[in-house]
Design a protein around this ligand. Sequence first.
Ligand code: NAD
Length: 462
Amino acid sequence: MVLEFNDVNEFPQLIEDLRTSFAKHLTKPLGYRKKQLEQLYNLLDENQDELCEALYKDLHKSKIQSMLSEIGLVREECLEALNNLDRWASPEYVKTSLMFKINKCHIKKDPVGTVLIIGAWNYPVNVLLLPLVGAIAAGCTAVIKPSELAANTAAVITKLSSQYLDKNAYRIVNGGATETMSLLEYRFDHIFYTGSGAVGKIIMAAAAKHLTPVTLELGGKSPVILANDVDIPITAKRLIWGKTFNNGQTCIAPDYILCTREIQEALIKEMPKAIKDSYGSDPQNSPDYGRIINQRHFDRLSNLLSRTRGKKVIGGNSDRDDLYIEPTVVSDVPKDDSLMQEEIFGPILPIVVVESIDDAIKYINERDTPLALYPFSKNDKTIKYILDNTRSGGTVINDTMLQGSVPALPFGGTGMSGMGAYHGRYTFDTFTHKRSVMSSPLAIEKLLASRYAPHKKSDFKF
Ligand code: NAD
């Protein structure tokens, strides 16, 4: 599939048009925002099959995965925004001290303006359109840049957006690094970027030239800590699910496991069953098992596997022509191994043996703050101890990845895993400026007169 890229010479006019629409208040009325949210809902609802087909072509994503983690999720967020927009957008009246009792103080919710949303390839519907839900709800106009690597999905979204959404307010721009860099030369009022940290730094540097605020939804190595009291069969199933959903190409996928040798051995015995139960004895033939996005990423993963000093105890087979990598577990991985240097982003699960929970915590804290952390234990005190002594963007106790499906939970990283958060109300807030408004009635002039010079000591009591 060859995706048609936009000509960079179109960008100045395109951005100007969106700015003009914003200045003319096109996107501000709540009725307009609701209509566009309904249209986005309809786009997803009426074209499920076409979108699922594109996701299958790009990532071999099964229909159920596409519905759960892409189409259904964004549709739910459209409804969440539609149901709550009146409340989110209404002014918030704040309490004041006695001195300002008569001044009415409130927070006005202003859309930030014209924004740029840049998506990644791994969830090409979700990470592109979910921020757009918030941008529409907040009353912004938007340039939307899908990832060129999920070309089929980008092409379908481009076609459908022009049919369903108002072109005067929301415009899809297709391209790769060159087109994105060109877009970044222009001033936006917010940039919402999802992707790798390396490109995140480029985005932030470009945004700094215009003092544009950024949300960076990045990735990193999200660890799993297993205590010695875990339920092995359930833990094995949940870890294999998290590691193989979308073929491990999920920003919040469990990247690696830290556990004692005893737990490692028990898991190695149990995990083949978890894999077979989901994907049969040959996952390559399973309709539910995904593929690596392209040969570059396939080669990157193969290279990581070929250099590991750990033991490939489960899986290890691959097929470059089919972009297939078998679910693979590598045990006894040294702490400085090739598999421990970068986010794996594929169906390869390293196990690093540690002596204790404290040893695991120390290992995590010596590295970049992860996007997610998954502690497993039957003991609440152990979980609390782990959470109190580590940091991460989000966490799920005794499971993986579910935090991304709850609109009420802010989704985002901290430190090297990103900045800012979204989903549900948090996406609305991202694209909203909270403007302080205070009135000073003329009738209270006498009450406030003591602020004017010349001051007498008796005017103020500190
Ligand atoms: P990608 O290659 O699709 O790049 C992301 C976007 O950046 C694309 O739109 C691309 O066109 C653009 N881009 C690429 N190179 C560029 C450059 N040099 N200059 C300007 N723009 C450029 O995706 P990726 O970076 O491979 O995405 C995978 C990463 O994204 C992983 O680290 C993953 O963890 C992270 N991710 C994070 C989240 C989250 O919500 N936190 C979600 C999905 C993916």
